[in-house]
Design a protein around this ligand. Structure first.
Ligand code: GDP
Length: 436
């Protein structure tokens, strides 16, 4: 099927902590970017912003992003060989205002590199990193099991071991607090993305560090199970205006050229005319593959982010309601009548909490109370949720036991004008009531 295990890898962390620079550094040091491109980007960066952004420009392609100096869209790169893996890098925005894009990137990923600016943390503490915490909560909610922590900008703290240890201790607590139980094996790598320390080349400046470089750690990631034998589920991430091309990552099953497909919830059937990955025509795509699918017979307005491509005989249905087993993360709690936004694979939709069915013990999942009228922060329960969208634009969500990647979700809601929105609860779908 594939020559090497494929890992979809997302880079997370607060804005300006160096995500784009690190991706640029990896690609540059692995010989993926030529010297002439680097020279051009250096000069472009110094004209538009400042020269130190030249590595970030490798992946931040949009002019708006270059001018502002941070990522807005989700960008990804053709899989790059690292050790035994082929790694597809996904860059998402760090800024809270683009969180919807961040979530769609996280939902595609198998593993995450978390980039933290050691200099900033040493100066201001971890508490002010609101986005980092939110990213970790979402990574956990969307089932990202493998994390690699990159303690960046070590050059700005004199490559000091004490600072590294301090940042590491704080991060460990943070990672545990969002739900990651087993943090023993998580690598914490002191790096400088800008100077190239411990990214691909081992640094001479940190003899006190004997762990893997980032490149080595990424080469050691494990590919998650790829459910080839299940029915096709390809959630649409974006579409191209020029034609009926839907882009997304295959979650389960196989899609081939010539297949008759259906787009749910639109219910429109069509035919796969051709498929493309990284500028090359392909005949077939498997779970984990990021593909562009040219479809004939489906109107353009039926090809939308969050809709799911499938085969007609085994297609999912949009849901009238679903039951989620959630853990409450927000201060305000959950109650019947509350209307957050549900995020699930590439989809999002406003929804209403119709009822709280039961409260559960978060450790044992034993029933503590039937039909409580409130779930407080830290509590767990089964809630009945009703998407507030018309059937034709309805939400496709699946039972976690059948399609894990389409059965995980997060509920988000506003947290006051200054803070934007936050994740108020996250969980898995345990039952659905589909539309007939
Ligand atoms: P992002 O918003 O997380 O993608 O951050 P960027 O990659 O755009 O980097 C933000 C700024 O931090 C830029 O000026 C980078 O040159 C700088 N930067 C990134 N990594 C390092 C590093 O390792 N050392 C230093 N000194 N600066 C860095």
């Amino acid at each position: 099927m594939r020559a090497k295990p494929l890992i979809n890898l997302v880079f997370l962390g607060d804005v300006d902590h160096g995500k784009s620079t690190l991706i640029g550094r990896l690609l540059y040091d692995l010989g993926r970017v030529g010297e002439s491109t680097i020279a051009r980007l250096r000069s472009l960066a110094s004209q538009v912003k400042d020269e130190s952004y030249y590595l970030a420009y490798i992946i931040d392609c949009q002019l708006e992003e270059r001018r502002r100096g941070h990522t807005i869209e989700v960008a990804s790169w053709e899989p790059v060989e690292m050790g035994r893996n082929a790694i597809r890098i996904i860059d998402v925005p760090g800024m809270g205002e683009w969180i919807n894009n961040t979530i769609t990137g996280i939902a595609q990923a198998d593993a995450a590199v978390v980039v933290v600016d050691a200099h900033d943390v040493a100066a201001r503490g971890l508490e002010q990193l609101a986005e980092l915490r939110e990213h970790l909560i979402l990574a956990f909610a969307f089932g990202i099991e493998q994390l690699v922590m990159a303690v960046n900008k070590m050059d700005l703290v004199g490559y000091d071991m004490g600072v590294y240890e301090l940042v590491r201790a704080g991060l460990l607590e943070l990672v545990k607090s969002v739900g990651y139980g087993d943090v023993e094996g998580v690598p914490f790598i002191p790096i400088s993305a800008l100077r190239g320390d411990n990214v691909v080349e081992r640094s001479e400046h940190m003899p006190w560090y004997s762990g893997p470089t980032l490149y080595e750690a990424l080469g050691g990631l494990r590919e998650p199970p790829r459910p080839v034998d299940k029915p096709l589920r390809l959630p649409i991430h974006r579409h191209f205006q020029g034609g009926n091309i839907a882009v997304g990552v295959v979650e389960t099953g196989v899609i081939s050229r010539g297949d008759t497909i259906v787009v749910v919830p639109a219910g429109a059937t069509g035919k796969v005319m051709s498929m493309e990955a990284w500028g090359r025509r392909i005949e077939r795509a498997w779970p984990g593959d990021d593909v562009g699918v040219r479809i004939r017979g489906v109107a353009r307005y039926h090809i939308k982010r969050g809709f799911v491509i499938s085969h007609p005989e085994t297609a999912p249905k949009a849901v009238r309601s679903f039951i989620g087993r959630v853990r409450v993360l927000g201060q305000r709690g959950l109650w019947p009548g509350f209307c957050p936004v549900v995020h699930c694979h590439q989809a999002r939709a406003p929804c209403r909490v119709k009822a709280i069915i039961r409260k559960l013990d978060p450790r044992t999942e034993d029933v503590l109370e039937e039909e409580p009228d409130f779930l407080a922060k830290g509590e767990m329960g089964d809630v009945l949720l009703e998407p507030l969208v018309p059937k034709q634009r309805g939400l496709v969500i699946e039972r976690y036991g059948e399609f894990p990647s389409l059965g995980r979700f997060a509920l988000r809601a506003g947290a006051g004008r200054k803070r934007g929105s936050i994740t108020v609860a996250a969980g898995i779908c345990i039952d659905i009531e589909p539309y007939e």
